[in-house]
Design a protein around this ligand. Structure first.
Ligand code: KIV
Ligand code: ZN
Length: 496
């Protein structure tokens, strides 16, 4: 098994569809540049018809990035394709990704159509996209549940129409690895002209098989895989970029290689997690906090004698900096800039000044500042320009007393104050805030997580609220859990 595997990153499209993970254009450009440094071949930058924000992000990413192909998603609909082409106008290398559902479930229930009509629409869409760009990728949505014979007919027809890449998504994450591998093999063996296109995998993780399915696809002839950093994506997510890349690197016998600079994996993972406010589970393969932590005595003993006893990957290979410097209040701007850059965040001077000020403030209340703290600070300017801000907050609680809080808010320049009690300091603070902002809001989800360690640690708060049938996500971070919780709640209000 020989060859090159193209890494198609869809963190900014499929990954960004996760509720609460939306990025603004500046943040998307930061991620796109980190992906370029990482060495991905294709960046799926967005779905231009879906919103003006998505359209604009594809335009700006096309300008900001040089080497990777920039891809824009569309349905098999002319106006979608027009928008995708327009958004890609500045891209140095561009691709339109168009497609349609091919499973009987999609054909019958989504399109109220039939196989022949869907095949015609697929061909028409590819031909239409070809008027704009040479590089057209076709996706057969729900290919995982599509009958192989029909799928082969569709794939053959779109290649004839000019598709350069054919994407075989397991949209629902249903396939077993053997089944998915056999599907790719079937296409390799039954589609006339298959050598004129690259076969791509796109596997979702609903049953925890996305990585296994992607590997089965590659081992059976696919040469592009669609992945996201940290495996983020709709529902249970997409195939994780870092897992596929490190499987191919660790298993030399497979002889498939990628362009990825593996040392950029960990910084990219941290950056995506921090900007999207999406924590990485500690036991996540490759990039989780515990991925290289050996806790049992037997394992520790083995690793000390020879790392190879229990480690199949060198943590340095994925960019885990074992010499990580801890910053303190005496660290200068240059040290802060260096640590941010190690973590994939490049700031201009005015923004660095702002983050440095916040850093000094944090270093005043916390002895040691770790990478996660500074990533939190670098992503913290999302509150700027918001209509409602917390001016001050005081909460008192303890054993044998009723928790009470008072708060001062600035709403578009006007000042408001209120006080309330509650069953704890967070409840009291939010009750006080609700006396000023009278909006029906229910908190559906509320998680508080320490960033590093110690009782002086900063914490992050993720909140999901529902208001008038709609769901909003908020984020707050502080060394004070009450302040972080109120900030997260205010973030939700501002979004409403
Ligand atoms: O999962 C899927 O089928 C997709 C397509 C739009 C490519 O994301
Ligand atoms: Zn998908």
């Amino acid at each position: 098994m020989d060859g090159h595997v193209f890494i198609f990153d869809t963190t900014l499209r499929d990954g960004e569809q996760v509720p609460g993970c939306q990025l603004n254009t500046v943040e998307k450009i930061q991620v796109a540049k980190a992906l370029e440094q990482l060495g991905v071949d294709v960046i799926e930058a967005g779905f231009p018809i879906s919103s003006p924000g998505d359209f604009n992000s594809v335009v700006e990413i096309s300008k900001a990035v040089t080497w990777p192909v920039i891809c824009a998603l569309s349905r098999a609909v002319e106006k979608d394709i027009d928008m995708a082409a327009e958004a890609l106008v500045h891209a140095k290398r561009k691709r339109i990704h168009t497609g349609i559902g091919t499973s009987d479930e999609h054909i019958r229930y989504k399109f109220n159509s039939n196989r022949e009509e869907i095949l015609e629409r697929a061909v028409r869409a590819v031909k239409y996209a070809k008027k704009y760009v040479e590089d057209v990728e076709f996706y057969a949505e729900d290919a995982g549940r599509t009958d192989n014979e029909y799928l082969a007919r569709v794939v053959e027809a779109v290649i004839k129409a000019g598709a350069t890449v054919v994407n075989i998504p397991d949209t629902t994450g249903y396939c077993l690895p053997e089944e998915y591998g056999a599907k790719i093999r079937y296409l390799v063996e039954h589609v006339d002209g298959i050598d004129k296109a690259v076969i791509s995998t796109h596997c979702h993780n609903d049953l925890g098989m996305a990585t296994a399915n992607t590997m089965a696809g590659l081992l059976n002839g696919a040469r592009q895989c669609e992945v996201t950093v940290n495996g983020i994506g709709e529902r249970a997510g997409n195939t994780a970029l870092e897992e596929i890349v490190m499987i191919l690197k660790a298993h030399k016998g497979i002889s498939l290689e990628t362009n990825i600079n593996t040392k950029r994996i960990y910084p990219a993972s941290r950056m995506v997690s921090s900007l999207m406010n999406m924590p990485v589970q500690p036991n996540k393969a490759i990039v989780g906090k515990n991925a290289f932590a050996h806790s049992s005595g037997i394992h520790q003993d083995g690793v000390l004698k020879n790392a190879g006893t229990y480690e199949i990957i060198d943590p340095n290979d994925v960019g885990i900096d074992t010499n990580s410097i801890v910053l303190t209040a005496r660290s200068g701007r240059a040290a802060l800039k260096y640590r941010l850059e190690v973590n994939g965040v490049h700031l201009d001077d005015p923004k660095l000044d702002e983050v440095y000020k916040a850093f000094l403030k944090l270093a005043d209340s916390k002895k040691e500042i770790h990478d996660d703290d500074i990533l939190m600070l670098a992503g913290a300017d999302r509150a700027h320009g918001r209509r409602i801000k917390v001016d001050w907050l005081q909460a008192t609680s303890g054993i044998g007393m009723k928790p009470v809080a008072s708060i001062g808010l600035d709403i578009a320049g006007e000042k408001f104050e209120a006080a309330a009690t509650g069953n704890g300091p967070v409840d009291a603070s939010i009750n006080a805030l609700r006396q000023i902002v009278h909006r029906p809001m229910t908190i559906n989800e509320f998680t508080i997580q320490g960033i590093t360690k110690g009782s002086d640690d900063s914490c992050k708060v993720h909140m999901q609220v529902e208001s008038e049938g709609k769901v909003y996500y908020g984020f707050g971070a502080s060394t004070d859990i009450v302040s972080a919780s109120v900030e997260a709640y205010v973030d939700c209000i501002n979004k409403i």
